[in-house]
Design a protein around this ligand. Structure first.
Ligand code: IPE
Ligand code: IPE
Ligand code: MG
Length: 248
């Protein structure tokens, strides 16, 4: 079905997830299927990023969180890592004006100190240029790992306790949440993973505690807004219980 057919169905089916998180996977397989080098799969994936963002704005998602590069991805061959860093720079340069025009506010979350200077300043530049956008908050997770995030949070809280700013009893869920990269944001309601894989790969370990999962068979470079809309319709059919009994 086309996006124009799916949108009214979503509108008629109830609430749209406020926060959607996506594990964008399958670029390498997309390239391999075509006999192309892997980096061309990553490049093609940029079109999917654009279309997914526009689709999220149109359907009324408030927060979109995209997993672009994991801490484990640093262990890929150096030429692939540098191709990915180059693409992040290209993305930041090419998309910045358009994102600003669409009212998308970009936040870059992850261990940015591990990025080379050019990549870091390019991605920080896009965040700066889009500040104040109120149509969608886009979190680009770069050099991000869920375990590292929790370790950082634990360290930060330990330092505050040691400095006498915080009591050990005050280390509760709210305090941990406030020390994450995503501090202050509602948890994702919906997690999408493309390319059929069924694992978290160290993504948002804390925040995904109660997200609904949608596994899409589509490889990321082929993912378009209609696939996002299909995932949202799937989400709308779920009954979220949060450990309680079904509502009568
Ligand atoms: C996702 O595609 C992009 C990143 C992890 C950066 P992959 O590169 O993981 O593609 P596959 O899984 O090898 O097909
Ligand atoms: C997860 O995909 C990371 C990103 C999408 C950025 P991977 O392709 O790196 O994950 P694994 O290795 O299949 O678990
Ligand atoms: Mg992969």
């Amino acid at each position: 079905m086309t996006p124009d057919e799916l949108l009214p169905q979503i509108r008629a089916s109830g609430d749209v997830p406020r926060h959607v998180a996506v594990i964008m996977d399958g670029n390498g397989r997309w390239a391999r299927q075509r006999g192309l080098p892997r980096h061309l799969g990553h490049r093609e994936g940029m079109k999917s990023v654009r279309d997914t963002i526009e689709g999220a704005v149109d359907v009324g998602v408030e927060i979109l969180t995209l997993y672009a590069f994991s801490t484990e991805n640093w262990a890929r061959p150096p030429q692939e890592v540098s191709a990915l860093m180059g693409l992040l720079q290209l993305y930041a340069r090419k998309e910045r004006a358009e994102l600003r025009k669409q009212g998308v506010e970009v936040h870059i979350l992850g261990e940015l100190e591990r990025l080379d200077d050019r990549t870091r300043s390019a991605v920080e530049g896009i965040a700066e240029a889009t500040r104040g956008g109120d149509a969608l908050r886009l979190n680009l997770m770069i050099s991000y790992g869920g375990r590292e995030e929790l370790v950082r949070a634990a360290r930060e809280l330990a330092l505050r306790v040691a400095a006498g700013e915080l009591d050990a009893d005050e280390v509760d869920e709210e305090a941990v949440e406030g020390a994450l990269f995503t501090a202050g944001l509602p948890d994702p309601d919906l997690l999408i993973r493309t390319s059929g894989e069924r694992r978290l790969s160290n993504f948002l370990l804390w925040q995904l505690a109660y997200a609904e999962w949608h596994i899409s068979p589509v490889l990321w470079p082929d993912f378009r807004r209609e696939d996002l809309y299909a995932a949202i319709l799937d989400f709308q059919r779920r009954e979220r219980r949060f450990g309680r009994v079904p509502s009568p």
